[in-house]
Design a binder for this molecule. Sequence first.
Ligand SMILES: *Cc1c(COP(=O)(O)O)cnc(C)c1O
Length: 481
Amino acid sequence: MPEIKFYSGDDIPLELHKVRIVQKLDLVPVERRAEAMMEAGFNTFLLKNKDIFLDMLTDSGVNAMSDRQLAAMMVADDSYAGSATFTRLTDKLKEIFDTDYFLPAHQGRAAENIIAMTFVKEGSIIPMNYHFTTTKAHITRLGGSVEELVIDEGIRLTSTHPFKGNFDLDKLEALFEKSGDKIPFVRIETGTNLIGGQPVSLENMEAVADIVHRHGKLVVMDASLLQDNLYFIKTREEKAKDLTLREITRRISKKMDIIYFSARKLGFARGGGIAIHDKELYLKMRELVPMFEGFLTYGGMSVREMEAMAVGLDETMDMDVVSQGPLFIKYMTDELLKLGVPVVTPAGGLGCHLDASGFLPHVRQEEYPAGALAAAVYIAGGIRGMERGTISEQREVDGSEHLASVELLRLALPRRVFTLSQVKYAVDRIKWLYDHRDLVGGLRFVEEPSSLRFFFGRLEPVSNWPDKLVEAFRKDFKDSL
Ligand SMILES: *Cc1c(COP(=O)(O)O)cnc(C)c1O
């Protein structure tokens, strides 16, 4: 989206695409929404799609595909070995990242598994700007630990810092001084997911890579959210403003040893993989692909998805394509800010993030404010978001609760999926809920899995607050849905 100004002066993101396939949505009544939430154990992951109006759970594997992607899927080469589709994808990655080697994996976490199994041992320390749920689970499973080195500003919810995902370079140096021998690699997460899709600057990535290489260790980039990060580098970083997205990508890639990604986000498709410059590194990881994923030329993916990914990666180099997400998210964030609703600023990629601690200050962290807000937003509007707070953390080894540094409700805006009026509806219902926030109470676990509990855990409200919320909704909205 180039900056197209409105005569009215209104700041409206204008779509540079048209919709040609649609999916009908239902909005069920508020009473049914409360019932569905109960059936789902107050965990939005367990809701059924038929009860959901706007699915803002994630941007993973649910981005709209382009006509070019759909067309490419029809010419996929479905052979077990030596597939021409694999060659096309590898060539595209070479064109974009200048990497010679590619290991396919069925999705991002599978790439994480391969990298962790190759490099993480009992006692390893993996520094990163911030963890991601599946990344951390793979590292800790193998006896390693994660050190988060994001700048202090990164976990400050309201900020004007343009690159809240940046590493604190002093902390990185200090960690190398103290425990350098335990560090096999440093992981840079672009578009830092759990702190609100916040970007890392080009300058910071280059500085991190220089430090790590000076200590003789590897730099691994999680590029799952690279497309948003590229947009922010291009629009927020002085030294990149005259570079094309392709040039920025090449600059970044040159400094990385290993680049892995979830193609459910990067490339607007499904699947994932690991792009590598160096042959030795490639060979070190290679045998794990046929063991866990599939043969080397598909790695557990369908060849159709691989064709879509190759085209999607190409489209990621187009500012008109990658700007849609961040601009819609900025619109939603700005509208909520105007209404006084606590949101994470500046607006990042991947979604609009509500600050659940600010929204529900009366709900203690032990009663999961972000989880409670996720349930309340669903009841208020049929909108499904994702808890990104204490429920998404793992308990300590001694069983005590690990309180998250931030309690967020993420409302993802999958790319090119929602219209502006749907975003306006979401803003409207969230404002209504904010005006009735005193009615919302906390949650407690009734079934708690020991790992990745946010996926399957079941909870219940600590009081009958959902009934009160439904009652207030009926009073204000009469017989409207
Ligand atoms: C989604 C994501 C992953 C995991 O990818 P999947 O395809 O869901 O397995 C890893 N890292 C980041 C930053 C992500 O956003």
